[in-house]
Every structure is written in structure tokens, then in C-alpha cells.
Write a protein that binds this ligand. Structure first.
Ligand code: GLU
Length: 577
């Protein structure tokens, strides 16, 4: 969360940083700010909505787009934060957990914001008498919690990384520091990875040091051999609908994995004493779907966990355990902590990722890119179905039936391609019109579609601000049925599988109590008041069943006047715990 970009070089730094902030906006968008050699500009709101911002040219600048953790969304709390003299400017990502203690030790300083981040600029100021480089080293050492900062002082930049992402870009006589490569990819593809507990000082060159020992660290320049797919909206009004439509192609790309790698990871799963899938939010639901898929397809027990709860189970890890970490961004803080725990226990780590060069990619023994291309909407759609495709491949591969799994998924990709047509969207729009006044909605599923009921609820919550709840269909009569009343919308995720008859009975039970049943299913049924047809996808039904819900959430958001790309209170790449 939060996007950072800094530049020093011969181009107009304010322009490079403003453009970079636009590319990073998905990471946080409650306010933004930039400090150049001569001015500080901060605004509340999205940078994309700030119109034409005029800033004098400069050779050095740092910028930030915020997702607030400490202090409300105000101009004062927007970054950069200055020291008392106004000479040190800092942008910060994450949380300084010991900020109260640090602030108490800086009682002679004048603080201008409520943020934890501002302690960093004052800490640097406090130590400035020993020189900027030394001040950075000492300040970085004192910070607790997962975070990263960039500081600007005169014509120098410095950055420290303690658990939140930062990457250094090296151009010809120019330097970039950013939360992710997308912020400077148009300028250079040469990077130096700043690892955790390292800092960098940039004057005429980039000098790296360990935060703990203060020793110099030598770094290779790595040329990124990866072309991010266009993150443009094209003719679409929003990223979200563009990314939903992208699923016509992304499934093919997700399936197109290195088969020997799939087979070797499948063997790892078979040989492991305990496979633990961890993810947060939507990726967590993919992990849960994987647990069901492995059980159904391979009769194999793997465990799925919400990453933030994994510390309660990490004592189970041994050198024979296997962790499969799932994250679109590869930067999710709770998942990274699970990876840390796995490494401490000597367990093997495999990641499913969508962002190349991410922290998880470098921290894993093996990784799969799910190949969904840049996902800019905060709400995950194409990365989710791509992750589902990869875990499905792994489940089939673990019983030596990779080709069967591949064929199933290729078929599904073809059917999704057909399904995502304008007529289908119109049919969903009509449903959205019928539901737009409803503030509550329920989604039921069984078996491999139970995790998708939970995922569907997330989609409707974050995109359309609907109080949506997903349930295992069998659980209804144990409580939630009490919530159903005349016209209550309830989505039933149905597949042609062994639990279909029970699903229909559960839908009937809701209908009998006045519920309005939206059936997402390959065939219509008298239980349904509105039917959204999906392909008959067998064990890949989670993929096809979630897509209409993504589209419904999008159209409900539009009808409710919400911006589907920027959900209230959220951001992508959740780098705080
Ligand atoms: N904790 C800082 C704040 O609330 C930084 C948050 C961020 O990562 O955007 O300003």
C-alpha cells in the first residue's frame, strides 16, 4: 500500500515523479504529494483527478500516493513530511510501530501531522550534525515495523527498506527509487534490488549498505527481461471491466506454464509432509478452492490458511513442509511473514504471482507467474481466475494427469471467450438494474464452489459496497436463513457435480422464504428467478462461476455512482499487516 517514486538526474524530476505516481495510484489514493528541489505540493484525493498540476522543473524529486494508516486523510497528513528546518523531506510506506516512543524522544521538534511517518524526517534532522549518510543509517536502525522510506536532502536521495518494497532503477546518469518497477519502466529496465534491512544513498552513484551492520553491500545491476502488458484502459471506461474482459485471453496464458516445472512442484506436493497454501482476501479464497480441488481431483489433503492467521499454525512447519504462497502483487505483508516463518523452519516455498520482480518472487524457491498481465483495478478479477487455473493444473499434475487438466482448462478458456460477449453483459446489466436498491445479498455454494461464494461476497462488498455474505449452502438452516425475507437476493453458484441436487434444494429453501434466487449454472432450473448461464466446466467451475459475479459487481457499482476502480478505503498490494 502507498506508492513511492523518487528521481535524481537530468530529466525534469517533477514530471518523472508525477507520471510515476499516476502509475502507482492503485497502491493508495487518498492523497498525494511531491517535494522537488524548491517546492512541496500536496493534495487530498487521487492524483488522477487533480487536473493539470504545474510544478517548476527540478533535477531531484520524491513523491507519494497515500493509503493512510495513522491520521485521517488531510493535507497535513499527506506525504512528503518535512523536518523542522524544511530541508529534509521524507515519503514513507508502511507503519513505524514505535513512532510514539520515537516522537517522545523528539520533544523539541515541531510536528505538523498526525502520521507515524513524520518521525522519520525529524529523526534524520536530529542526527544531521553527523552527516546525511550517517543520519540515514542511524534513523533506519531505530524504526520498528514493516516499512520503507525515501528521504531527500539537498541534492541527495536515500532510501531504507525494512519489510516494505522498494526497488532502485539505474539509467544513464539518472536514478529512480520506487515501490515497483511500473513507476519507471518507461525510463529504464536496469535495476538494483534493495533487499530487506538495506539502505541506499544516492549522490553521483548508488551506494548500498546493510542497516544492521552499516557495512557496504555490493549489488549487481539486473536487466529486467520482462515486458509488462499494457496497463491502459483502451476503449473501456474502467480498468475493472477491461480486466474482466481480458479473461478472454488471460486464461490461455495462465495455462501455458512450463510443464516440467508444474510436474516438479506436483512431486514436491506429493512428497511434502504437509502442504500449506496461504493467501489474503481473494488469493486466500483461491487457496481454499485449491484445498477443495486437491481433495476432489487428487484425493489429497492440502491445507489452506488466511495468511494473517497463519502465525497460529506456523509451528507445524518442518523442513519437510511445503508452503504455496498466493499473491497477485507478491508484496502482501501477511503472506511474506508466512514465507519468513517457512524459511526459518527450513520448509520449501513456492509462489503463485502476477508481478515480476516482487519480493515474494525473490524470496521463493520456485515461483509461477500466472501471466494475467498488469491488473490495475484494486478489485482482482483476471489474476484470480489465472491463479485458479494454475492450482487446477497442479491438482491434476499431482495424480499424473496434467494433460487432462490442461485440456479441461483449454476448453474452459475457449468457453469463457464465447461467454464474454455484449449480449451476456446486457443480461447482467438488466439484473444489476433489478438489484441496485438492495443493500444486502447472499451467495451460496457447495464443494469447490463454496470458496467462490466467499469470493463472490468479497467482489460485491469491495466493488459495489453491498453487504454481501457468502455461505456454504448447507449452513443456511443453521442461522443465515433467518436473514431471508421477501425479495432478498441470493446467488446460487451451481455446477453439474455431485452436490448439484443439494444446491438446488438449498436454493428452493431460500425461495420458499421469499428470497430472489439468481442461479449461476450451466442449466436453468425452476429454483431460479434469474439465470446467468455459464459453461459446464466440470472441476473448473470455480473459474466460470465467479466471472458473472465480477461483472454484476461492476455494473452495480456504476448504477450506485461508485468508481469501480478505486473502492472506498482500499488499495492494491497490501504491504501492511
Ligand atoms: N503510515 C503512513 C501514513 O499513514 C504511511 C501509510 C502508507 O503506506 O501510505 O501516512
Amino acid at each position: 500500500m502507498c506508492g513511492i517514486i523518487a528521481y535524481k538526474g537530468w530529466k525534469d524530476a517533477s514530471k518523472v515523479v508525477l507520471d510515476g505516481l499516476k502509475a502507482l495510484e492503485y497502491r493508495g489514493y487518498d492523497s498525494w504529494g511531491i517535494a522537488t528541489g524548491s517546492e512541496v505540493v500536496k493534495r487530498v484525493g487521487r492524483i488522477g483527478e487533480s487536473g493539470n498540476v504545474v510544478i517548476s522543473p527540478s533535477s531531484i524529486a520524491i513523491g507519494h500516493t497515500r493509503w493512510s494508516t495513522h491520521g485521517p486523510v488531510t493535507w497535513q497528513n499527506a506525504h512528503p513530511h518535512l523536518d523542522c528546518s524544511g530541508r529534509v523531506a521524507v515519503v514513507h510506506n508502511g507503519i513505524v510501530e514505535n513512532y510514539q516512543e520515537l516522537k517522545a524522544s523528539l520533544s523539541s521538534h515541531r510536528f505538523a501531522s498526525d502520521t507515524d511517518s513524520e518521525t522519520v524526517s525529524h529523526l534524520i534532522e536530529e542526527k544531521l550534525s553527523i552527516g546525511f549518510e550517517q543520519a540515514i543509517k542511524e534513523a533506519a536502525k531505530l524504526l520498528k515495523g514493516r516499512s520503507a522510506f525515501v528521504a531527500k536532502y539537498e541534492n541527495r536521495l536515500a532510501a531504507a527498506r525494512k519489510g516494505a518494497p522498494l526497488i532502485v532503477g539505474i539509467g544513464r546518469d539518472e536514478f529512480f527509487i520506487a515501490s515497483d518497477i511500473s513507476a519507471f519502466f518507461n525510463h529504464t529496465k536496469n535495476v538494483q534490488y534493495l533487499d530487506d534491512n538495506e539502505l541506499v544513498i544516492i549522490d553521483e552513484a548508488a551506494h548500498f549498505y546493510s542497516i544492521d551492520s552499516g557495512e557496504k553491500v555490493s549489488k549487481r545491476v539486473v536487466e529486467i527481461d520482462w515486458q509488462p502488458e499494457s496497463a491502459e484502459k483502451g476503449s473501456y471506461e474502467h480498468y475493472l471491466i477491461k480486466e474482466i474482459m481480458d479473461q478472454k485471453e488471460t486464461l490461455y496464458k495462465a495455462i501455458n506454464q512450463d510443464e516440467s516445472k508444474i510436474m516438479s512442484v506436483a512431486a514436491d506436493i506429493n512428497n511434502a509432509y504437509g502442504t500449506f497454501l496461504v493467501g489474503c482476501g481473494t488469493a486466500g479464497k483461491v487457496c481454499m478452492a485449491a484445498e477443495y480441488l486437491f481433495s476432489k481431483v487428487a484425493r489429497k489433503h492440502v491445507n489452506s490458511y488466511v495468511a494473517s492467521e497463519f502465525p497460529n499454525y506456523s509451528h507445524y512447519l518442518t523442513p519437510k513442509s511445503l508452503i504455496i504462497a498466493v499473491s497477485q502483487s507478491g508484496e502482501t505483508a501477511d503472506v511474506l511473514e508466512a514465507i519468513d516463518a517457512a524459511k526459518k523452519s527450513g520448509s520449501k516455498v513456492i509462489s503463485l504471482l502476477n508481478v515480476f520482480g516482487s519480493t515474494m518472487m525473490r524470496a521463493s524457491d520456485q515461483y509461477f507467474m500466472v501471466n494475467a498481465g498488469a491488473e490495475r483495478a484494486v478489485v482482482s478479477t483476471k489474476a484470480t481466475t489465472a491463479q485458479l487455473a494454475v492450482v487446477t493444473l497442479l491438482a491434476y499434475a499431482s495424480i499424473g494427469k496434467l494433460q487432462e487438466g490442461k485440456l479441461l482448462l483449454l476448453n474452459v478458456a475457449e468457453q469463457v471467450n464465447d461467454m464474454l460477449n455484449p449480449r451476456y453483459e446486457e443480461h447482467i446489466k438488466k439484473l444489476a438494474e433489478m438489484l441496485k436498491e438492495r443493500s444486502d445479498m447472499y451467495i451460496i455454494g457447495r464443494g469447490i464452489n463454496y470458496p467462490m461464494a466467499l469470493e463472490a461476497a468479497i467482489k460485491l462488498q469491495e466493488t459495489a459496497c453491498i453487504n454481501a455474505q457468502g455461505f456454504a449452502a448447507g449452513e443456511l438452516k443453521h442461522g443465515p436463513l433467518a436473514l431471508i425475507d421477501e425479495g432478498t437476493p441470493c446467488i446460487a453458484l451451481v455446477a453439474n457435480d455431485s452436490v448439484k441436487a443439494e444446491m438446488i434444494s438449498n436454493a428452493m429453501e431460500i425461495k420458499a422464504r421469499g428470497g430472489f434466487i439468481i442461479g449461476i449454472a450451466p442449466e436453468n432450473n425452476e429454483a431460479f428467478d434469474y439465470w446467468l448461464k455459464v459453461p459446464d466446466a466440470g472441476n473448473a467451475s470455480p473459474i466460470v462461476n465467479i466471472i458473472p459475479v465480477q461483472m454484476l459487481a461492476y455494473h452495480l457499482a456504476l448504477l450506485k455512482g461508485l468508481n469501480p476502480d478505486y473502492p472506498r478505503n482500499l488499495a492494491k498490494a497490501v504491504t501492511v499487516k
